[in-house]
Design a protein around this ligand. Structure first.
Ligand SMILES: [Zn+2]
Ligand SMILES: [Zn+2]
Length: 214
């Protein structure tokens, strides 16, 4: 995956070279690297989610990991991505620091068009691998909201509209959730998902992503 060494998906050398975020120096709120003292990224906007943790900086091999998994159908990467999230959660202490244990893992779903193109939902696969590591069930409770007729919108507006519109499914009363996503850029998507979950009674205590754009 990183260097085309035959016989292994991600060799030890490439794994060592991953741009892992040092959780001791990450922002305790939004998970941005190097924000442990003052984070200029999250300011007062990052309020819908208790805490966000990202495993890697979205660069180099990290970018390739996510892209190959999602768009080249290398589904054997799911446990590797889940393992990276699991390690970041452990190193950050994000779960250990919670007042009460979590109830389940929710995930940001693919858009319907991406699902049709790929034939699988990438984060659903990672959630399923993360579930036994954390001893929590993975639940499929988010959907992209029907955003209506978008033909009048420009391309970037359309993308923003789809990204930011979620509906939660079912009764999630008093559920405490871990929400996972592949890549966090501004956090807008995760926060929109957290708002949808909140409207069904759930709280996103922790959000975790494979990578963070930095
Ligand atoms: Zn390698
Ligand atoms: Zn921050």
């Amino acid at each position: 995956m990183g260097c085309d060494l035959p016989g292994t998906l991600l060799c030890d050398e490439c794994r060592e070279a991953l741009p892992v975020i040092d959780q001791d120096f990450a922002c305790p709120r939004c998970g941005a690297p190097f924000g442990s003292i003052v984070c200029t990224e999250c300011s007062a906007e990052w309020t819908e989610i208790g805490r966000t943790v990202s495993a890697l900086v979205f660069d180099g091999t990290a970018r390739r990991l996510v892209t190959v998994y999602k768009d080249a159908h290398e589904r054997r990467l799911a446990p590797i991505l889940a393992g990276l999230i699991h390690r970041a959660l452990e190193e950050s202490g994000a779960l250990a620091g919670l007042e009460a244990p979590l109830d389940a893992i929710a995930f940001i779903p693919s858009t319907p068009s991406a699902y049709a193109r790929r034939g699988f939902d990438p984060m659903e696969g990672v959630a399923a691998e993360l579930a036994p590591l954390l001893g929590l069930p993975a639940i499929d409770v988010l959907a992209h909201e029907d955003v209506g007729d978008q033909r009048a919108l420009g391309r970037s507006e359309r993308a923003a509209n789809v990204q930011g519109s979620f509906a939660a499914i079912g009764d999630l009363f008093e559920m405490r959730l871990l929400l996972i996503d592949d890549v966090i850029t501004t956090g807008a998507s995760a926060r929109a998902a957290a708002l949808a979950l909140a409207s069904h009674g759930a709280t996103v205590e922790v959000c975790a992503s494979v990578a963070r754009v930095w």
